[in-house]
Design a protein around this ligand. Structure first.
Ligand code: COA
Length: 360
């Protein structure tokens, strides 16, 4: 799955042939990835407010941070391929190829070479996960559990893997019932979201392309293999947000790394490098960023050729005794999170994140 210069040029031409307008958000992303792939990180000054179009383009490009040109080229090719197949699918009324796509605003789902890939696709917000994305991901996992792929892989677009839950979603701002309403609905959605990972029947793999924060790290205890670029970091700052562990990490982390190491992450918010996370058993293997995409997709393509039934049954054997326990842990974490959402510590932490934003 590594894109050559020729693949990139083909994708650039393919964009001109799209039958359906992909919308402004996607067009901005295509622009940003193109610029990153050809010119490298954003190197021009930010246009002023009176030039909104170029400002939006600049922001999209700048959001890609230090993403390598090679990865940007790969992401561009992947995005065009997903757009081409979705445009083909909608014009034919069926897929017509073996690449299936779920069309969602902030995730891109493709299925090819035995791999269903679910990509967080909100790079301008460092791939923060919204409540809407919870539902899109639940649906993507449901579809992936019965499609003809062997493994399912999560990764992120841009320089981040994911910056955790979208904190503005959990702030109560702009919600008619305020924080009470958010505390009623948020943890319910969170529980459903985490359940879809606990119950996922096929091998679940994370390809961690950059920093990972909050729930995106906490969920890793429910994955079967985790591969990371050496640019990735792992951070669970739950307590500094006045919150507690989620996604079963209160159970999986001590089990994976021992209670002393888990406490440093979950209580004190210690951020781990990819190599530290690997040494502690949270990550399967770390790759140099320059060769990460090439090596990992080659390896996953080979894994995806293994007999599918055997993969599924073996995973079931490994996980079956844990399932009930994981559901109970998820339920307890979510009800604790609900109670803590109304605490002064949490409300102050969220206010401080929002006011930090307005100062920028
Ligand atoms: N929720 C909502 N918005 C987020 C977000 C999150 N978890 N993470 C990043 N964003 C938004 C920022 O508000 C900013 O939006 P803006 O451009 O409209 O102002 C945009 O993404 C880019 O982030 P920015 O903070 O400008 O980039 P940075 O490189 O300086 O810092 C982070 C990146 C991820 C370190 C920083 O945004 C952060 O700490 N986010 C919160 C992470 C977090 O606590 N997650 C929950 C863990 S439990």
């Amino acid at each position: 799955m590594r894109a050559s210069q020729q693949d990139f040029e083909n994708a650039v031409n393919q964009v001109k042939l799209l039958k359906k307008d992909p919308g402004n958000q996607v067009k901005l992303q295509l622009y940003a990835l193109y610029k990153q792939a050809t010119d490298g990180p954003c190197n021009v000054s930010k246009p002023g407010v009176f030039d909104p179009v170029n400002k939006a383009k600049w922001e999209a490009w700048n959001a890609l941070g230090s993403l390598t040109q090679e990865t940007a080229r790969q992401n561009y090719v992947d995005l065009v391929s997903s757009l081409s197949s979705s445009s083909e699918a909608s014009s034919q009324g069926k897929s017509g190829t073996d690449v299936k796509v779920q069309e969602s605003k902030d995730i891109v789902v493709t299925s090819e070479d035995g791999i269903t890939k679910i990509m967080f696709n909100r790079p301008s917000k460092k791939n923060a996960i919204t409540l809407e994305m919870y539902q899109d991901i639940i649906l993507a996992l449901k579809n992936a559990s019965t499609d003809n792929s062997a493994i399912t892989v999560f990764t992120g677009a841009g320089d981040y893997y994911c910056s955790g839950n979208d904190l503005t979603n959990f702030s109560g701002v702009g919600v008619p019932g305020g924080m009470e309403e958010v505390a009623n609905k948020g943890p319910k959605s969170l529980r459903e979201f985490v359940n879809s990972f606990i119950d996922f029947p096929k091998p679940l793999v994370a390809v961690i392309n950059g920093p990972a924060i909050g729930i995106s790290v906490a969920l890793l205890g429910l994955f079967d293999a985790i591969y990371a670029s050496d640019m990735a970091t792992f951070h669970t700052p739950f307590t500094s947000l006045g919150q507690c562990p989620e996604a079963c990490s209160s159970y999986t982390f001590p089990k994976i790394m021992g209670s002393a190491k888990a406490a440093e992450m979950l209580l004190f918010g210690k951020k781990l490098t990819a190599r530290e996370a690997c040494a502690q058993g949270l990550v399967t293997e770390v790759f140099p960023d320059s060769t990460f995409e090439k090596e990992i997709w080659t390896r996953l393509k080979a894994y995806a050729k293994l007999p599918q039934n055997s993969l599924r049954i073996s995973k079931q054997l490994i996980r079956k005794d844990e399932k009930e326990k994981l559901h109970a842990v998820n339920a307890e974490e979510c009800s604790t999170i609900k109670a803590m959402m109304l605490s002064e510590e949490y409300i102050n932490a969220i206010k401080s994140f929002l006011s930090r934003k307005s100062k920028l």
